[in-house]
Design a protein around this ligand. Structure first.
Ligand code: CIR
Length: 253
């Protein structure tokens, strides 16, 4: 059974880091309800949900994708680029150990946020951002090239993370909202979406994606391509530069 790693939102969520957006009020109760609904989507599809221990001191702890990335059976524990987030990995590490998931770890001076890692087939695009540096790319290449992955650094200047600007459909087509993409020509197949919040999808299976409910035209575009699209509201997390991918880590069978 596929497993889903999540962490419930901190009561301090509204104090999370902001880089490109202005701070606007966040409703903690709505955030909790949206998070529960997000998790319920996976649970209803048969995913086994693993709760990483709450870590309320870390305002951004709900964005667990930034702390660990899966490469097949191997997890890569990150070293988050923001000082305020570095401590989140300790509870993620404990969850990996408890779940019996093998892991490697990014070492200093490398810094990596999982939101900068986009896997398309065996290609691993790694955003070079304020959070993720060239040393992390070097460590990833050393770890992953022998395992058959090709690591490709990508310049990112317009958004927080690579995956704030682009993700991929089940067939490997990279999707993005052009004003947020530095250079779409590096992707073999690229599809422009018409809305900012339409850039992020989670692939649930070969025919199904999960995305924000705040991008109806993009959802229709994906349906027109034959996909089943599940939409879920994540407005409170979007206010903090989060998206649908970053609220979980998928450990696939
Ligand atoms: C941060 O700035 O780190 C958080 N406020 C948002 C992190 C979103 N993570 C992601 O897109 N992978």
């Amino acid at each position: 059974m596929s497993r889903l790693l999540v962490r419930r939102p901190s009561p301090r969520l509204a104090e999370g880091e902001l880089t490109h957006l202005e701070r606007v009020p966040v409703d903690p109760e709505l955030a909790q309800r949206q998070w529960e609904a997000y998790v319920e989507v996976y649970r209803s599809l048969g995913w086994d949900v693993i709760d990483i221990d709450p870590d309320d001191a870390h305002a951004d702890g709900v964005f667990v994708e930034d702390t660990v990335v899966m490469f097949g059976d191997l997890a890569l524990l990150t070293r988050p680029g923001a000082d305020s987030r570095r401590g989140e990995i300790e509870t993620t590490r404990a969850a990996l150990e408890k779940a019996g998931i093998e892991y490697a770890a990014i070492e200093a001076p490398g810094t990596l946020d999982g939101g900068d890692v986009l896997k398309v087939g065996r290609t691993v695009y790694v955003g070079q951002t304020l959070r993720t540096n060239a040393e992390a790319v070097r460590q990833m290449d050393a770890l992953l090239a022998p395992r058959g992955w090709t690591v490709v650094p990508v310049e990112v200047t317009k958004v927080l993370h690579l995956k704030s600007g682009v993700t991929a459909l089940p067939d490997g087509t990279v999707i993005g909202y052009p004003p947020l993409v530095d250079d779409a020509s590096i992707y073999p197949e690229f599809l422009a979406v018409p809305e900012e919040h339409g850039t992020a999808v989670v692939v649930l299976d070969d025919d199904t994606v999960l995305m924000s409910s705040d991008a109806p035209q993009s959802a229709q575009l994906f349906r027109d391509r034959g996909l089943t699209v599940i939409e879920t509201p994540i407005s409170e997390f979007e206010k903090l530069e989060g998206c649908v991918t970053c609220l979980s880590v998928r450990v696939r069978d």
